[in-house]
Design a protein around this ligand. Structure first.
Ligand code: HGY
Ligand code: MN
Ligand code: MN
Length: 417
């Protein structure tokens, strides 16, 4: 294995060209990237990736929700493969590296091993997960949740996007076939799973380190709050007679921030990223306000404590302004602990390559959060310039990505031997 690590040659120019080519497939102008589940841009991106997989001689299959698997068949097809991969969907006006580094970087890791003459005993399978981002159906990691069997058939059937389109209709329109149940993977389907990803924070950059080894992944929860007033004419309804849900929403949003800071732990984060006000006319008093709130922590009890307090704050604010209130916890996942044996494999690869690293938690969630439910999993981080992500100025240098790909390739070789 050490000989493989030493003989790995990464092609950073080709990888950069592929990342830039994919970045051009977007519903917003470069360098901003928008690629929402099953939109025309998402479908063109999928076609581009399949062409790249075919050039590398990989065998490609897609499951019933569009998760895509590109396999390099090993010498022993009777043992579980090793998995790697990430996502290529992107929230509106995002960057070009989030997820993409793990898919195209995973492909380059496989090509580097092929160039080095490595022949895996275990097959190596590159996964492009469907809908890691929550944009279309309200919570993230839809594809990997379904692979891990984390969503009930009832919950899946009830999913609707903002236009009322169901997941089943959306996936059928995208050409996916089969039942969602058929997309669930058995436990240990992979012997190991390793995801390469940008850090989306500034710890590696500030530490001056090229590699992060992920020991745990924060648990996200998504809360939707509905606040209802009476609406009415902005000129005719006098102030004493109003029940304006925007006021209750404003106090709720301030409570979200206050409650997250009040835990005193930097791993506690809460964000109200979506605010919808209806009817949305300047001269009409709001009638309905919907807040969608993202609450996370590495510690489950602390995360659930924040969730409880935020729900109570919203209910109290609604009462204060005489508004209706309801809420819905869309998802409340458990944090993932990464597998010691995978951490060791990544550490050994960094050492063999002479690359310094630090163990760290991931405050962003990833598909690895759900892969950890079915097999030993960990992640490799590369630095994010300024810690920026989910922004068009998201950036990681080609040589930094190449280091991450080297570590991934050496780790896959170690796990697939
Ligand atoms: O929101 C996240 O943590 C991920 O980037 N979707
Ligand atoms: Mn993201
Ligand atoms: Mn991501």
């Amino acid at each position: 294995m050490t000989s493989t690590a030493a003989s790995l040659t990464i092609d950073p120019l080709r990888l950069s060209a592929e990342i830039e080519a994919l970045a051009q497939i977007s519903d917003t102008p470069y360098p901003s990237v928008t690629r929402v589940l099953f939109t025309e841009a998402d479908m063109r991106a999928r076609d581009y990736l399949k062409r790249c997989y075919a050039e590398a001689g990989l065998t490609v299959r897609e499951d019933a929700v569009g998760n895509t698997f590109a396999r390099w068949t090993g010498t022993d097809t009777h043992v579980a493969p090793v998995g790697t991969g990430s996502h290529t969907d992107a929230i509106p006006n995002a960057g070009r590296f989030d997820g993409v580094v793990g898919v195209l970087g995973g492909l380059e890791a496989i090509r580097a091993l092929q160039r080095a003459g490595f022949q895996p005993r275990r097959s190596i399978e590159l996964v492009m997960f469907t809908a890691e981002e929550p944009t279309r159906f309200g919570f993230g990691c839809l594809g990997s949740r379904i692979m891990a069997g984390s969503l009930s058939p009832e919950k899946l059937a009830a999913l609707r996007d903002k236009d009322g389109i169901s997941l089943d209709h959306a996936r059928a329109t995208a050409g996916c076939s089969g039942t969602l149940a058929s997309a669930q993977l058995p436990l240990k389907y992979y012997s190991a799973f390793v995801e390469l990803h940008i850090e989306q924070g500034y710890r590696l950059e500030r530490a001056g380190l090229p590699i992060g080894v992920v020991t745990a992944i924060a648990a996200p929860a998504t809360l939707r709050v509905q606040l209802t007033g009476e609406g009415g004419h902005a000129g005719a309804v006098l102030m004493p007679d109003r029940h304006d849900p925007v006021l209750a929403a404003s106090e709720t949003m301030l409570a979200v921030d206050r409650i997250a800071r009040a835990t005193g732990n930097l791993n506690s984060v809460a964000t109200c990223g979506l605010v919808q006000v209806l009817p949305g006319a300047v001269n009409s008093i709001p009638r309905d306000v919907t807040l969608t709130i993202d609450v996370r922590d590495i510690d489950l009890a602390r995360r659930d404590g924040m969730l409880t307090d935020i729900r109570a704050a919203a209910r109290s604010a609604a009462g204060k302004y005489g508004c209706g209130w309801s809420d819905d916890v869309l998802n409340a996942d458990a944090p993932a602990r990464c597998a010691p044996e995978i951490l060791q494999a990544i550490h050994a690869s960094c050492d063999a390559l002479g690359l310094r690293y630090q163990d760290m938690t991931s405050r962003a969630y990833h598909d690895s959060l759900f892969m950890a439910l079915i097999c030993p999993t960990s992640m490799i981080f590369v630095p994010s310039q300024g810690g920026f992500s989910h922004r068009p100025d998201e950036f990681t240098k080609p040589e930094e990505i190449a280091d991450g790909v080297r570590v991934l390739a050496a780790t896959l070789a170690r796990l697939a031997e």
